[in-house]
Design a binder for this molecule. Sequence first.
Ligand code: SF4
Length: 613
Amino acid sequence: MKGYWGRILSIDLSDSTITEITPDEKLYRDYLGGSGIGARLLFDITGPDTDPLGPDNPIIWMTGPFTGTKVPTSGRHQITSRSPLTGIFGESDAGGRFGTTLKRSGWDGLIVRGMSDTPVIIVIKDDKVAIEPAGDLWGKDTFHTDEQMKERFGPSCETSCIGAAGERLVPISCIGHDGANARMSGRCGFGAVMGSKKLKAVAVIGNREPEIADPERLMAQQKKMVPIIVEKTKGIHLLGTAGGTAAAEKMGDLPVQNWRRGNWPDAEKITGQVMADTILKKNYYCASCPIGCGRDVEIADGRWAGVRGAGPEYETLGIMGGSCLVNDMEAITYAADLCNRHGVDTIEAGSAVAMTMECFEHGLLTAEDLDGISAEWGSAEALVALTGKICMGEGAGKLLGLGVAGMTKMIPGSDKFAIHVKGLTLPAHDPRCFSTMAVGYATSNRGACHLTGATYFFEKTAVMPEFGYEKPRPRYTEGGEGIMNFHAQNLMGLMDSLKMCKFTIYGGVNVTEICEWYEAVTGIKTSVKEMALAGERIFNLKRLYNVRLGLSRKEDGLPERILTTPRNDEGTGNYTPVLEPMLDEYYEIRGWDRDGIPKRETVERLGLDQKYF
Ligand code: SF4
């Protein structure tokens, strides 16, 4: 099999056993890699009683066939585990260089189970694999840990690691890559899974190129597509994802004041252009990427001095800025830097702060409850102070670190201020602006996720011609939300499995190009239909994982505020999504029953009964 090594490393930290798994070729054909194989492994290894923070919950790093090749934006990997934040299926995609180096060390992926008694790191250098003590690194931040690994194992060493938040099992903690050029596996609380295993870091070193079936075809496709991608994504290159902040506010996409409002003129103060004019030093790229959306920023002096590293992305600015009404670019950058260093999801942290500000406004939380912090709307000081406490898991940070769903259990009467689906808070795209996102958030397998279907792409400028979307869908078109999500979720699942960045869709990439690359890399003949079917299989497997936990239609909801609060603002008018008919349409095309359970014939059609282990 070309494009894969055909072997996955498996490590049990309870007894330090290191084994090699050589899966059947059918696993690779059916689930492709990354997200698909990660989901299949998790499904087969865990059961409904698996404790997310117990030794039986594996944490799985998977690359895809494109990782480590020259396919544009393929420097990515997927982390999969049962989420300690939501209790359900969890996964997180990340860019950077870790995935590429893991693949080049000669492994398709890594499964870690068990628990060590003392802090350890896993070091993978080609076929040499070691579990080493990490007492000296415990307590250190992700930037420092990455530097230490490079010092110890050489500059080409790449690291997947946690900071203090993961060590302290903070439910909204995450995993960092690439040191100060941070690329985070942000969502689902996976920092705590590593922390529960006392696993500080995975360090990989390797420079073996996986064999490609048809390098000339790959090169020809690359020559054709890279200039198109570069041209069409110029805006992302120039201003990063933050370049979209002002436009998002005008359209009503930006969350404002914990999703109460649609417009907020201060959005002009936290744009990609403001970043470029003030703190931006240069941009940076994930491996094999011609776009380079990463922002390397520096705050050398002033109140928020001391930042040098990754600048905030749109999602962070939307939640820590718009949703908290904080209009100070440097303060948001400082808070995001704390999250990157200590390993915390900026979306969850910002949402927890926004909810705290609303609870504070209504007297449900006082300064006394918050270690003396006055959580007024728009307070940059409060944003940074509360974020710092979340990162260290101390004082009020213990409450906010639970995430918004967890906070409701501790603050009576706060349910309506907790904006989440299935325990995962909404990222910075509003279904009252892009109606297809209503079904997307409601049905995403890991909870509210903007990238599982990313249908807002296709209500803005992107198209999916292979699935009948020759032009972007006009906003507020009635009907078809479910069908668009079906196609888009299958497509995004493909990209997460083969490993490509979704921003290439803005660059003109679609399933036709994906098929070309898949054939060139693996030598396996495929078609749009077969690829779409693989995406559908992968999505349904994750759904079945959650069904096995007892989830059904009743969990496919949206926060009351999104469903019932029109914002009467420029950009979105009075629109609120009517979810139930959208779900009916969606379940039907998915082949699920009215409760959202995949029907027997759907499971059989997709070959999901197959046992692989
Ligand atoms: S566009 Fe940005 S996130 Fe995507 S691969 Fe390139 S640098 Fe990484």
